[in-house]
Design a binder for this molecule. Structure first.
Ligand code: THU
Length: 136
């Protein structure tokens, strides 16, 4: 793993500690490196009205867009447990909005990255912004 990925993992692990996950007890952290080189982190924020909770990836994307960045070049998610946790289906589509099919998405546990996928691995044959682009 290169140093920049280490840095992204550290950001995801640090923000996982801030997760508000009292209902699932499943804290998740996500960190995004943007095209500008900046890192944006987010954690899951659950709600007593369960469907109103948001995923860590959605929080990180919100931070990125709010700061004016629009391109995702690398993602790390951190979750606990024996099973590998990858981004949920909804978050794969959220990442798709701002990433390429070759964009790496690393699935990590607290000890480090466990597996690396591309967005195309996780969301093949996807629907993306280009589908709504005007024909030329
Ligand atoms: N969760 C995430 O934040 N990201 C994922 O990739 C998987 C699931 C959250 C949503 C919910 O707060 C908790 O994990 C249990 O589903």
């Amino acid at each position: 793993m290169d140093g920049r990925t280490d840095e992204l993992f550290d950001a995801a692990l640090a923000v996982q500690a801030n997760a508000h996950a009292p209902y699932s007890n499943f804290p998740v952290g996500a960190a995004i490196r943007s095209g500008s080189g900046r890192i944006y982190a987010g954690c899951n924020v659950e709600n007593v009205s369960f469907p109103e909770g948001i995923c860590a990836e959605a929080a990180a994307i919100g931070a990125m867009v709010s700061a004016g960045d629009r391109e995702i070049v690398e993602v790390v998610t951190v979750a606990n447990g024996e099973q590998l946790t990858t981004c949920c289906g909804g978050c794969r589509q959220r990442i798709r909005e701002f990433a390429a099919s070759s964009t790496p998405i690393h699935a990590a546990g607290p000890a480090g990255i466990r597996r690396t996928f591309t967005l195309g691995d996780l969301l093949p044959e996807s629907f993306g912004p280009g589908h709504l682009a005007p024909e030329v």
